[in-house]
Design a binder for this molecule. Structure first.
Ligand code: NAP
Length: 247
């Protein structure tokens, strides 16, 4: 479904990003697997894709840094000749109540989760426009950005910001057949959620109509659909993959 396409997945080395990388590669895309600090994890994902007959490279870049996002796009274009799909997935949490939240906890979350989306989208927009071949930008938001969660003022703000960004950019790039959409996951067992307090885990399960956490492939399937030609007339949309939690 994605053969001949080139995708960048930010934070593609672990968790949901890794599942997205594996699914896009399984659909035939060539992948730039971005990571920040854990080269070993990124190299392992790349090796697995290559072993399965696909094409992938690992590219280190801190996507909260404007210049490094530019380098990520350039390195991808140098390696594969084009950029068709950007998945803005890299993200962190620094959860705490606002009374305890330090300025750097706010700044880090906004920079890595939201500024990165500006940085990377801007870095791919020009090559996509020049190629005159449409494109796909898919932003991994969160239900936290839709309903707001206590202890996550920084994270909820960053994820809600991604949704506003998605809609504005969808309107800017629509006439060039570049679609911009968001996926809002509920709760998935990754490193990011490994420290969720027990009472929150209980609350999640009780309030999720499907009665369970998701598995990472369930986010990846939504992303690969949005990345495909089948989603060509969908833009500015937010697809919740949350078992009904934020309904
Ligand atoms: P994760 O397991 O902690 O993985 C985070 C990934 O982001 C890693 O590949 C990490 O690479 C990368 N990363 C972190 N900071 C980066 C930076 N500055 N530049 C480039 N890459 C960076 O997280 P996850 O649970 O898969 O979450 C992925 C996305 O889904 C996030 O945006 C998160 O907010 C969103 N989300 C997750 C859930 C969930 O339940 N897990 C729910 C809703 C939304 P390194 O290891 O190299 O640092």
């Amino acid at each position: 479904m994605l053969s001949g396409k080139v995708a960048i997945v930010t934070g593609g080395s672990r968790g949901l990003g890794r599942a997205i990388v594996e699914e896009l590669a399984a659909q035939g895309a060539k992948i730039a697997v971005n990571y920040n600090s854990n080269a070993e994890a990124a190299n392992e994902v790349v090796a697995q894709i290559v072993e399965n007959g696909g094409e992938a490279i690992a590219i280190q870049a801190n996507v909260s840094d404007f210049a490094q996002a530019q380098s990520l796009a350039k390195a991808t274009k140098d390696a594969f000749g084009q950029i068709d799909i950007l998945v803005n997935n890299a993200g962190i949490t620094r959860d705490t109540l606002i009374m305890r939240m330090k300025e750097d906890q706010w700044d880090d979350v906004l920079d890595i989760n939201l500024k990165s989306v500006f940085n990377c989208s801007k870095a791919v927009a020009r090559p996509m426009l020049r190629a005159k071949n449409g494109g796909r930008i898919i932003n991994i938001s969160s239900v936290s950005g839709i309903v707001g969660l206590p202890g996550q003022t920084n994270y909820s703000a960053s994820k809600a910001g991604m949704i506003g960004f998605t809609k504005a950019l969808a309107k800017e790039l629509g006439d060039r057949q570049i679609t911009v959409n968001a996926v809002a996951p509920g709760f998935f067992p990754t490193d990011l959620t490994s420290t969720l307090p027990e009472d929150l885990q209980k609350w999640i399960l009780e309030n999720t109509p499907l009665g369970r956490m998701g598995n990472s492939q369930e986010v990846a399937y939504a992303v690969s659909f949005l990345a495909s030609d089948r989603a060509a007339f969908i833009t500015g949309e937010v697809i919740r993959v949350d078992g009904g939690l934020a309904m």
